[in-house]
Design a protein. Structure first.
Length: 421
């Protein structure tokens, strides 16, 4: 029996098993097909970007490892991203930082970037039928060397970063309009202090006022959606982070912006999945940055672990997928970078597949009836149902490799392309 026939036969048997508990596996795959994941450009080149200001990464960001073959130009990064996208089932997106523009070898400062610097990205995205997302880059720049940007005490430096974020929003809107899909433009800044501050209030009031200026110009939500991202702490900002979660949550609720919840930006004992339903009571939509922190915000490649499954379950059980934008956020330079994208995205989608295959309606009915015994029993039994057979069939139906077969294609690409860089 051929391998494809094995996949189809296994799926047929799995469908019967899921149907017995009231789950339609065919419907699950149709729903899964509608969920895009935004791949992050910074995995492809270790958060290097394509400017030339001679600075270090900065902002408390660290990409560890020296695996050969990282992208050195927009053209190489796009080729690598296409290779990854060809191994991930479904239609997805790509997420750009501002310093990944196609600057043609010229030095263009952050407050001078324009949509034309991203035209080649727009053309590429249109050619392969995907959407793009965007981020101001408030790090790796001489004017960010102090560790402060939008909350900087120097008005002139604040003005520079305000202008950069304003330009970024306009670029996001231009991209969204050109591609017919709204761009999520997400603002994250590294501002904070290594040691205990004497004044916590001042920087936060300056940040709030700066954000008001950044968002002053209304943009069509059909083209651009604004998100703001908090953090627990960062390297060099261990004692005080200006834009902590509570700050941005308050700002987002007041101004009805998207809150970006990053899986690596909370204390290791916090359950990020539990925050989703709380936040969505008060803001219209959220952005997720799916990452894996190990003891700190170390941005490891996403694996199929309990935190990821918890996020997926919350999105499905709360019916939040229509109000949630999912992006990846990790950078591992110790392994093949295309493999990192592929592993992370496939695991995010696999977790959603597993969550969609849960007998959610039955679980909710048992809960409302107060039958917590049956709820727990069914939750546990569902964990060993044949979700793998459904996932394999989904991959086959989308003409991407089943199981670990994708790794051979990555290795071949490494031999033919990456090893020659």
């Amino acid at each position: 029996m051929s391998a494809p026939n094995n996949v189809e036969k296994s799926f047929s048997l799995a469908k019967e098993r899921y149907a017995a508990i009231g789950v339609d596996a065919d419907r699950v795959l149709k729903d899964l097909e509608k969920v895009p994941v935004s791949l992050h450009c910074w995995q492809g080149d270790d958060v290097g970007g394509f400017e030339d200001f001679g600075g270090t990464l900065g902002g408390g960001l660290v990409a560890t490892g020296n695996y050969p073959g990282k992208a050195r130009s927009p053209q190489e990064l796009r080729a690598d991203a296409e290779q990854a996208l060809s191994l991930i089932p479904g239609k997805h997106r790509f997420n750009l930082h501002a310093f990944y523009g196609d600057f043609g070898g010229k030095k263009v400062d952050r407050n001078q970037i324009r949509p034309e610097h991203f035209q080649s990205w727009i053309d590429w995205a249109r050619s392969i039928g995907i959407g793009l997302d965007f981020n101001p880059t408030c790090f790796s720049h001489p004017k960010a060397a102090s560790g402060f940007t939008l909350s900087h005490p120097d008005k002139a430096i604040r003005k520079f970063w305000i202008e950069h974020c304003q330009r970024s929003r306009e670029i996001g809107a231009a991209i969204g309009k050109a591609l017919g899909s709204p761009t999520i433009t997400n603002v994250w800044i590294p501002d904070g202090m290594k040691d205990t501050p004497a004044d916590r209030r001042g920087p936060r009031e300056r940040l709030a006022a700066a954000l008001d200026e950044v968002f002053r110009k209304p943009l069509d939500p059909k083209h651009n959606l604004d998100a703001i991202e908090g953090k627990l702490f960062g390297i060099g900002a261990e004692s005080y982070t200006v834009g902590m979660h509570e700050f941005y949550l308050g700002y987002a609720v007041k101004h009805q912006k998207l809150v970006c919840l990053d899986a690596g930006h909370f204390h290791p004992t916090e359950n990020m999945a539990d925050k989703i339903s709380s936040v969505l009571c008060f803001v219209p939509e959220i952005l997720l940055h799916v990452s894996r922190g190990v003891r700190w915000d170390s941005d490891h490649v996403v694996i199929l672990d309990d935190p990821l499954l918890g996020i997926a379950q919350e999105l499905v059980r709360g019916d939040y997928l229509g109000r949630t934008h999912i992006g990846l956020d990790f950078f591992d330079a110790s392994i093949n970078r295309i493999a990192a994208w592929t592993i992370g995205a496939r695991n995010m989608l696999r977790a959603l597949c597993i969550a969609m295959l849960d007998p959610v309606d039955k679980l909710k009915k048992l809960e409302l009836a107060g039958d917590y015994t049956s709820r727990l029993a069914l939750m546990e039994e569902a964990k060993t149902l044949p979700f793998g057979a459904v996932w394999d069939y989904y991959c086959e139906s989308k003409d991407v490799p089943v199981g670990e077969a994708w790794l051979a294609e990555v290795k071949q690409y490494e031999k033919k392309v990456l090893s020659k860089r």
